[in-house]
Design a protein around this ligand. Structure first.
Ligand code: GTP
Ligand code: MG
Length: 389
């Protein structure tokens, strides 16, 4: 059966649910698709279709199933449901790097928990400028306690530069909306209205040279190797020659899809799958970058401004010093790096410091690029590249 081509009728934005484990991100994501499917602008995606490892969902040239798509009256959204478990923060970092806005899901029963705070911090660091709060499980929470949770969330957002007083906070119940309860269906609609109005349409750098950080690699029998991810900047068309940074080759894009629909060209902000001519499956990995040939030169030494997380934020309890060698999460890549703190020599949890980093391999870098620093499975720092050296 021929596939229907993607038709660009509404502005496209990338959003996602983030927040502590079990606060109801996946349930709310399913509820959003249900509410919109009833309005006729989306397809219902049940909970168990969202909450699955990408590997299991690798079928056809399509993007990983933690992404769902839907439309409101005014916009087309790709929605990434991010796992809350601490071990998955790296997915959160790479997922959040593509977000134009985020829905912070906080359980009204539990309030702020460690990953709530960690996700807000990382969202800030990777450039998510707009957050809308879903106070979930409001069906089961005591209204006065929920008021306290709301205050606490607004304070947390203010502390991270999100202007907590003006952030929309909507009380929802993903579970009850999923069951069709009209009161909570209306609450999910109110949440979507808040996202539509509060998250502005971002500036898209469609005129810049094409760049896409590889999020996933799939192999399709008889067709070849497919890479998926969000276009960071520029435009790509079927037939374009591209460079694979990380594997040191160039190739041609022979197919392009978004959410299973073929497209002739993809632009900054689009979530796409690229079929690449003659590239062996093992020649390209998550963390590599596909770009217009010659448009980026990978490098490994840079200076950065870094915030060292306090132990309260899930960071270290002890200081770091020159010679420290953690993992750097840059776009979708995960690379070891040597830290040089210069004259300061030491940085304590809670400090903001300047450092020089030498990565274990070349990566496309540029001033302003955000990254996370991780060690032994937890985030210990968040930084921004200030210069290449
Ligand atoms: N009472 C109530 N329970 C809810 C609501 N939303 C989710 N739950 C329950 O909370 C539990 C966790 O829900 P999930 O949607 O899996 O939470 P999550 O945030 O996606 O969890 P992780 O992906 O593991 O971080 C499940 O048992 C849900 O049924 C709600 O609105 N009200
Ligand atoms: Mg989930």
């Amino acid at each position: 059966m021929p596939k229907t081509a993607y038709v660009r009728t509404k502005p496209h934005l990338n959003i996602g649910t983030m927040g502590h484990v079990d606060h109801g991100k996946t349930t709310l994501t399913a509820a959003i698709t249900k509410v919109l499917s009833e309005r006729g602008t989306g397809t219902f995606v049940p909970f168990d279709r969202i909450d699955r490892a990408p590997e299991e969902a690798a079928r056809g040239i399509t993007i990983n199933i933690a992404h769902v798509e839907y439309e409101t009256d005014t916009r087309h959204y790709a929605h990434i449901d991010m796992p809350g478990h601490a071990d998955y923060v790296k997915n959160m970092v790479t997922g959040a790097a593509q977000l134009d806005g985020a829905i912070l899901v906080v359980s009204a029963l539990d309030g702020i928990m460690p990953q709530t705070a960690e996700h807000v911090l990382l969202a800030r660091q990777v450039g998510v400028d707009h957050i809308v709060v879903a106070l979930n499980k409001a069906d089961a929470g005591d209204p006065e306690l929920t008021d306290l949770v709301e205050l606490e969330v607004r304070e947390l957002l203010t502390a991270h530069g999100y202007g907590g007083d003006s952030v929309p906070v909507v009380r929802v119940s993903g579970l009850r909306a999923l069951e069709g309860d009209p009161r909570w269906t209306a609450a999910v609609e109110a949440l979507l209205d808040a996202v539509d109005t509060y998250v502005p349409m971002p500036v898209r750098y469609t005129d810049a040279p094409f760049l896409l950080p590889v999020e996933n690699v799939l192999s399709i029998t008889g067709r070849g190797t497919v890479v998926t991810g969000a276009v960071e900047r520029g435009t790509v068309r079927v037939g374009d020659r591209v460079e694979l940074l990380g594997s040191g080759t160039t190739t041609v894009v022979t197919g392009l899809e978004t959410f299973g629909k073929p497209m002739d060209s993809a632009e900054a902000g689009d979530n796409v799958a690229l079929l690449l001519r003659g590239v062996p499956r093992d020649a390209v990995r998550r963390g590599h970058v596909v770009a217009a040939p010659g448009s980026v030169t990978p490098s490994r030494r840079f200076t950065a401004r870094v915030y060292v997380l306090s132990s309260r934020e899930g960071g270290r309890t002890t200081a770091i010093s020159t010679g420290y060698r953690p993992q750097f999460y840059i776009r979708t890549a995960d690379v070891v790096g040597d830290v040089d703190l210069g004259e300061a020599a030491v940085a304590r949890p809670g400090d903001t410091v300047h450092m020089t980093v030498e990565l274990g391999r070349d990566v496309p870098l540029e001033p302003g690029l955000g990254f996370a620093i991780r060690e032994g499975g937890r985030t210990v720092g968040a930084g921004t590249v200030t210069a290449l050296v």
